[in-house]
Design a protein around this ligand. Structure first.
Ligand code: KE4
Length: 427
């Protein structure tokens, strides 16, 4: 049935809160009704009117192999033939956990969940249970999912929608979370000095992706490791976006900093609902059933999600030598876009880490939430819509990351740059 887009959103809004199952999909910050997608293949995504777009959102990161990768689809179909959920251990979960432990040496034990939110929520609870302390520190503009303790000055949809905090979180709980400016070493030193005896954890996106891409300043993560080691504070790297994005492992492997716990999601699920928390055996064994920190999940380690994730990670493992060219492709795209912007006299600041990037509509630099918020979001909104008309699917928010996949071709790059040139002429 031909679904005209506005009808689709109208229909959805009659039965789904806000017409979407995740706020950032509603296009609130860029305006207009969201386009509904019918299917996707490789680097391309198709709406319900069969219009084709080159996709740089990639489901917010998971689709690093491109959409509907044949081996991933086959793995899911084969798993489905054997049943979709048993509520009992399966060998696939051991294989998945083994791949994660092999790729990220700091992870000695894993617990699978069905979302990144559950992974970070579990990590926080574990840190509090393990240390017996209550306070946590996060960073402004970082987004760790929507667990109560973490929805404080969060990034992603919270920043996009300009939601001050989130009603429904008791201040007794919110007051136990201190959010500091990202990359601000001085403020973290002062905070730890003052609160060390009460601090259970510091949680950080080692490369921030939820205020747009903001890389860590030299020494920032090292300082967090030093301060947490000295004060019995659990250091949690939220690698839900960065895990397996830059290579077959975590960002932590590349900078040689070992967190106590790591949260994963997105890519490790190959597009199916998956999250994971992992880390030191001594901490992870505090989780029920060996320990007394409870967490659980009916569909945690679900056979279909494991089959998609295992094949995805195995393919990424076989592509270890291809990651540099993925990063080079992103580098070339960003440089060419920057020169198109400067030729048109439009200010843009590009932050890129390997194959994840954000074009901030401002002079820059952008190294924390305060500087990210200086971006011209109405200009971004116009850019978003005209690029869409020109067949390019970008994040419907200035404060998100763009991603490349191994399915993006040089033809995709050329088409994107032509669309960008055409778009900029209309701005
Ligand atoms: P989920 O619960 O959405 O699977 O994961 C939460 C999460 C945790 N940590 C980081 C670093 C994340 O980026 C996320 C989720 N990312 C957003 C987009 N930046 C998901 C998109 C959405 O909310 O629809």
């Amino acid at each position: 049935m031909e679904h005209h887009n506005d009808d689709a959103f109208g229909e959805a809004s009659k039965v789904i809160a806000g017409g979407v199952n995740s706020p950032v999909r509603a296009w609130k910050s860029v305006g207009g009704n969201p386009i509904f997608i019918d299917h996707a293949q490789g680097s391309r995504i198709y709406d319900s009117s069969e219009r084709e777009y080159i996709d740089y959102v990639l489901s917010w990161g998971p689709m690093i192999l491109g959409h509907a990768h044949p081996e991933v689809v086959t793995a899911i179909c084969e798993a489905a033939q054997k049943g979709t959920s048993f509520g009992a251990p399966t060998h696939a979960e051991t294989v998945m956990a083994g791949l994660i432990c092999e790729a990220i040496p700091s992870i000695e034990r894993v617990r699978m969940t069905s979302s990144g939110t559950e992974a970070t929520m579990t990590a926080i609870r574990l840190a509090r249970g393990y240390t017996g302390k209550k306070m946590i520190i996060k960073f402004d503009g970082c987004y760790h999912g929507h667990a109560d303790s973490l929805l404080i000055k969060a990034g992603s949809g919270v920043t996009t929608l300009g939601i001050p905090g989130s009603p429904g979180i008791p201040e007794e709980l919110a007051n136990l979370t201190l959010s500091l400016p990202y990359n601000d070493t001085a403020s973290i030193e002062k905070a730890v000095e003052r609160h060390a005896s009460r601090l259970a954890a510091i949680i950080v996106e080692p490369v921030a992706g939820n205020m747009g891409v903001v890389p860590p300043r030299e020494g920032f993560l090292k300082k967090l490791r030093e301060l947490t080691s000295r004060n019995n504070i659990v250091l949690i790297f939220d690698e839900v976006i960065t895990g397996f994005r830059f290579h077959f492992g975590g960002y932590q492997n590349l900078i040689n900093i070992t967190p106590d716990l790591t949260c994963l999601g997105k890519i490790i699920g190959g597009g199916l609902p998956v999250g994971a928390v992992g880390g030191k055996k001594e901490i992870m064994e505090r989780l029920a059933p060996t320990g007394d920190v409870y967490q659980a999940g009916t569909l945690s380690g679900n056979p279909l999600a494991m089959s998609a994730g295992i094949v995805t990670l195995q393919i990424l493992k076989s592509k270890i030598t291809s990651f540099p060219s993925l990063a080079n492709q992103a580098d070339g795209l960003c440089r060419e876009m920057e020169s198109l912007f400067s030729r048109q006299g439009i200010a843009v600041c590009t932050n890129r880490v390997f194959s994840m990037f954000t074009l901030f509509f401002q002079e820059g630099p952008v190294n924390d939430l305060t500087s990210a918020l200086k971006s011209d979001i109405s200009l971004y909104a116009r850019f978003f819509h005209v690029m869409l008309q020109n067949g390019i699917w970008l994040a419907p928010s200035q404060f998100e990351a763009g991603f490349l996949s191994f399915a993006h071709t040089s033809e995709d790059m050329d088409k994107t740059l032509n669309a960008c040139a055409k778009t900029l002429r209309t701005l």
